[in-house]
Design a protein around this ligand. Structure first.
Ligand SMILES: CCCCCCCCCCCCC/C=C/[C@@H](O)[C@H](COP(=O)(O)O)NC(C)=O
Ligand SMILES: Nc1ncnc2c1ncn2[C@@H]1O[C@H](COP(=O)(O)OP(=O)(O)O)[C@@H](O)[C@H]1O
Ligand SMILES: [Ca+2]
Length: 561
């Protein structure tokens, strides 16, 4: 289909206003607000005392990135104590009428800041006309949230959640005329239970989570369960397609890892996240459901890890008082213990059109793969059911001794690992990357781990395999005989023989090490044998995916427009 050329933006208002004592040509059209300095005063240059009328720096702000506009009360002393208030530029200007536009400015490392420009008018009518025209354009942006439900975990990360929200986020929401109901949680699972049973969700345009990945996990559990419950979907039934949640979720990072925020925005910065909420961004996201036989256990959006990451989490939970540093201490300890686990992984590979975990195509804002119509979208019940299409694939079975089994339905990029556990995983393609790290030497495992922190390919080792999957199952070795899959032991079954073998191979370890635990977005799962299925685009965030670097380096320098 041929693309229709976009109609040119409609010119709405144009005036000569003053900015920092200079005359500016200010224009508002349906797409941009722009101001261009115009040199009107005669300028002395060598030879010619009258220089040409010169256009200096032009500025363009897309209307969709304007946060707010207000009349600036320059004559009255300020009642606004935030950093929003500008001191008048000069005595000459202070008597004039002015309005201030706040807008998004991109800075380094995918961070957004709130910038502002104050434009002075010669009369009040013109000033009000400008304020009204800009407000009208903002009111057309119906994707922007107006009323939000905010949950704050006061104990996440370094326990700064409440302060971060009050000092950095609330002023931005109030500037953007967003009203909020704020709940500071009093116990673990407070937010989840409130969302699941109590909250009047019809009142809100979105939910905001102030905390880390664990807190985000609470929010999605509450929201997904509520949505299924309201639609009569049984979460215990692993074949049934789930109903996508309609409310978007914003993440204000205030946790230890903040992987979900970092991997969907590109930074773990509260102001940037608040601005993505204000402009009403929307990023769909895959969610894994985890079952044990016919029982629903949990959902996961970031890391689902058995072996190394499971053991790191189990050890670090005892060190919560240390804050984010607990993961480093437990990481070193777990690395030194060098435990491996036996079991069987079986999985349903994804079709080739979603790419492969090693294709080096990173998921970025507006990602083509996540927009593919063939992505395993949630289908309505009268259409072909998801299970029909999925059973057409062929399951693969891998048995072995593993140091780590990780599944990531997105990159899991975080400050600790800027490209993530699976750098080419997609946020919303309906697949997860399954990473199997087989038993190897400590030195090799260290090389693999260190590659998460630099540019080298962590999958380029003979003991690492990675697959893009839609579903998988894991059965630890001693449970193989009870498994529904009936994957029989070839080397002999029976617990006694299994434990004696483990102990022979592992003289320094105790028998209890035959099992690890699953780390599910920072929560320990009670079962080792699990079935996992990816649900394409089950939730939506107030985010837009990571923007291409070029957008950041040249922040809206629309010189060609
Ligand atoms: C020896 C050098 C080791 C460097 C290894 C670096 C690998 C880092 C890969 C991290 C992937 C993190 C995925 C995110 C997991 C979060 O859900 C979870 C819970 O985060 P939270 O505490 O709630 O913020 N955090 C952890 C560490 O398990
Ligand atoms: N008020 C509270 N008291 C204790 N625990 C809480 C409270 N609110 C939330 N939690 C729990 O704290 C855990 C960690 O929270 P999170 O915000 O992810 O921080 P971190 O990244 O440091 O782990 C989550 O599992 C969440 O369920
Ligand atoms: Ca995915």
């Amino acid at each position: 289909m041929e693309k229709q050329p976009k109609p040119p933006p409609l010119l709405l208002l144009s005036s000569q206003l003053s900015f920092q004592n200079r005359v500016c040509e200010v224009t508002l059209n349906s797409a941009f607000l722009s101001w261009k300095e115009v040199e009107t005063r005669p300028k002395r240059t060598s030879g010619n005392i009258y220089g040409p009328l010169k256009a200096a720096g032009s500025h363009y702000v897309p209307v969709c990135e304007i946060i707010s506009v207000q009349e600036t009360e320059e004559d009255c002393p300020s009642t606004d104590t935030g950093k929003w208030q500008k001191v008048p530029q000069s005595v000459a200007e202070s008597n004039q009428h002015a309005f201030t536009v706040s807008y998004v400015e991109r800075t380094q490392k995918h961070r957004w800041r709130c910038s502002e420009v104050t434009l002075h008018c010669t009369d009040r009518t013109l000033c009000l006309q400008w304020v009204q025209a800009i407000r009208e354009q903002l009111s057309l942006l119906t994707i922007r949230p107006k009323h939000l439900l905010v949950y704050i975990n006061p104990y996440g990360g370094k326990h700064h959640g409440k302060r971060i929200y009050e000092q950095k986020v609330a002023p931005i929401f109030s500037r953007a005329s967003i009203s909020t109901d704020v709940i500071v949680t009093e116990r673990a699972n407070h937010a989840r239970d409130h969302l699941k049973t109590e909250a009047d969700l019809k009142k809100y345009d979105g939910v905001v989570c102030v905390g880390g990945d664990g807190m985000f996990s609470e929010i999605i559990h509450g929201l997904i369960s509520r949505t299924q419950c309201d639609s009569g979907v049984d979460q215990d039934c692993s074949d049934e397609p789930l109903i996508p949640c309609s409310l978007r979720i914003g993440i204000i990072p205030a946790g230890s890892t903040d992987c979900i925020c970092y991997a969907t925005v590109g930074s773990n910065d509260p102001v940037t996240s608040a601005l993505h909420i204000v402009v009403g961004d929307s990023q769909p996201m895959d969610v894994c459901s985890i079952h044990h036989n016919k029982t629903f256990l949990r959902y996961s959006v970031s890391l689902l890890g058995y072996g190394f990451y499971g053991d790191v989490l189990t050890d670090s939970e005892r060190k919560r008082w240390m804050g984010p540093a607990r993961y480093d201490i437990s990481g070193v300890k777990t690395f030194l213990s060098h435990r491996y686990y036996e079991g069987t992984i079986s999985f349903l590979p994804a079709d080739e059109n979603v790419g492969t975990p090693r294709d080096k195509l990173q998921c970025r804002s507006g990602c083509d793969i996540c927009r593919l119509p063939s992505a395993d979208k949630q289908v309505s019940k009268d259409e072909e059911s998801v299970s029909d299409t999925e059973t057409k694939g062929v399951w693969k079975v891998i048995r072995g001794k593993f140091l780590a089994i990780n599944a990531a339905c997105m990159s899991c990029a975080c400050p600790r690992s800027p490209k993530g556990l699976s750098p080419s995983a997609h946020l919303a393609d309906g697949t997860a990357d399954l990473i199997l790290v087989r038993k190897c030497s400590r030195f090799d495992f260290l090389r693999h781990l260190l590659r998460h922190t630099n540019k080298d390919d962590q999958f380029d080792h003979p003991f690492v395999e990675v697959y893009r999957v839609r579903q998988f199952r894991f059965t630890p070795r001693y449970e193989d005989t009870d498994s529904e899959l009936d994957l029989r032991e070839t080397e002999g079954s029976g617990r006694k023989r299994f434990f004696s073998q483990i102990c022979r191979e592992h003289p320094a370890c105790s028998c209890s090490l035959a099992h690890s635990s699953w780390n599910c977005d920072g929560e320990i799962l009670p079962h080792a044998a699990i079935q996992v299925r990816v649900h394409c685009q089950l939730i939506k965030l107030f985010a837009r995916g990571i923007e291409e670097q070029s957008v950041f380096e040249e922040p809206y320098a629309f010189s060609a427009i």
